[in-house]
Design a protein. Structure first.
Length: 248
């Protein structure tokens, strides 16, 4: 199968996940870029940031029109992750490929666990602590910078359990956080961009943008818990594959 066809198919699936779940796109994009399109781990994480940035911004526009984005809370959360995302993006090029793959596999496994674990409801009246918001935002920014993941699978539960948003608002707001953090990390990697095959990234990103719109519509028709469980099991398989590859 042509590399361009693979890029289109993988991009569509990535965008579908991002639009429907508010996260998970990058944890599909990176292994697809490595195993389907032949990117190195470093190039794949850089390309993933570009793909996730434009796709998240597109999905964010759709959620904004549906009034499911809490702009102030999202801006505060994203601001806390800006510096860690930038620093993480700058040092990512010095991380050995095997370590990068293994770390990504662990994060993908954590994402699948988060999705399979029952959601924890936020108690009404519990005060939001700015220090906790800053810590959660900084941690997410660091993960985004080093591993090239948008981190929606971490942002959504953090926005629910730390910031106190409802699930629907957390999904939309997470896209704002992902867009800001991914762009900051991508700019920090500007010096490594020459190693990325942008001719393959472009159709991947284009298909992901279209998939994100379909994902937003799918989220309104199919049970969110059902979508999450299907995606989680697929993600767990990807995590195990990457972990085995890192240990070879």
């Amino acid at each position: 199968m042509s590399a361009y066809v693979l890029a289109l198919v993988a991009g569509a699936v990535t965008g579908l996940a991002l639009g429907a779940l508010g996260g998970g796109g990058s944890v599909l994009a990176v292994p697809a870029l490595i195993y389907l399109l032949g990117f190195t781990p470093a190039a794949a994480t850089t390309a993933s940031l570009a793909i996730v940035t434009v796709t998240s911004a597109t999905a964010l526009a759709a959620h904004a029109r549906a009034d499911t984005v809490e702009w102030r809370a999202g801006a505060v959360f994203a601001a806390a992750g800006l510096v860690p995302a930038t620093l993480g993006g700058a040092v990512s090029g010095y991380v050995p490929s095997a370590l990068l793959t293994g770390a990504f596999a662990v994060v993908a496994g954590l994402a699948s666990y988060r999705m399979l674990r029952p959601s924890v409801s936020v108690l009404e009246g519990v005060p939001v602590r700015p220090v906790q918001v800053a810590q959660a935002g900084a941690g997410l920014g660091a993960v985004t910078g080093v591993l090239g993941v948008g981190g929606g699978f971490l942002a959504v539960p953090a926005l629910v359990n730390v910031v106190g948003l409802r699930m629907r608002a957390a999904v939309g707001t997470s896209l704002l956080v992902i867009t800001v953090n991914s762009l900051a990390a991508l700019l920090a990697r500007a010096g490594t961009a020459a190693r990325v095959d942008w001719a393959l990234v472009a159709p991947f990103a284009a298909a992901a943008i279209l998939g994100a719109w379909d994902g937003k519509r799918l989220a309104g028709r199919v049970s969110g818990s059902r979508l999450q469980r299907i995606f989680a099991w697929v993600l767990l398989g990807v995590a195990l594959l990457m972990l085995a590859d890192a240990m070879v």
